[in-house]
Write a protein that binds this ligand. Sequence first.
Ligand code: SAM
Length: 224
Amino acid sequence: MDLRAELEKILHDVGPENIWRPVYDNENVLLADGIADMRDGRPQDMSKVDFRGKTVLDLGCNFGFYSFLAKRLGARKVVGIDKDGQVIKGCKLLKAIHGVRDVYFRAEDFTASNIPGTFDIAMLINFLGKVMVTEGIQKSLDAAERLCLSTMIISARPYYRISKHLGGDTENIIKRYPSVYIKNGRFYLMEFVRDFFRDRWDMSIISPDYDCQSVKRTLLFVRK
Ligand SMILES: C[S@@+](CC[C@H](N)C(=O)[O-])C[C@H]1O[C@@H](n2cnc3c(N)ncnc32)[C@H](O)[C@@H]1O
């Protein structure tokens, strides 16, 4: 089977619900749409970060959209990590199809495994969603910080309604997060993430100031 056909089979097997960003072949033919809201982690916002010559870690990379973007923006070396072995196979095929160098992919749970080394930039895009928040995000934030030397790019919604988005289990949210972030039936994710890193990192928002609260903001953290 040729590389493109192998990739198409993986995209089919994984299913559209697990493909987050558009996937193209080397002739710019769209192979899969991707279900993510492209206002989250917009390439024009990402390009405000200086990737030139940097080493970059893409945590929860899915089909490598941001790994390849980081490379195009000048990164020296990129590592994409996803716990789904099928999507990592797809990433490796995309790398070969597009003839990209210095981008590597690993199938691992980045919160559990010991990923060697540190990277100038770590990205956690569209990762802190409803399920993650419900299960607790501290391990993911700890891992990103541990692996990152100077810059983190993290996307997060300003808040979630506990009843509508987080399964209505307020006790669970109270158990997992300090009460100061739980107000009026909402969990204030963006404030929690900012304060989680506050002592060691400065945060700024590099996405537009959307009216809509359900769009994730792209947050830039720079080590103090
Ligand atoms: C919502 S998708 C976002 C993908 C990508 N960052 C984007 O914005 O297009 C989250 C991805 O993270 C992966 N993932 C979830 N938990 C993970 C973990 N602990 N370690 C590695 N990958 C993980 C999932 O398999 C999925 O592909």
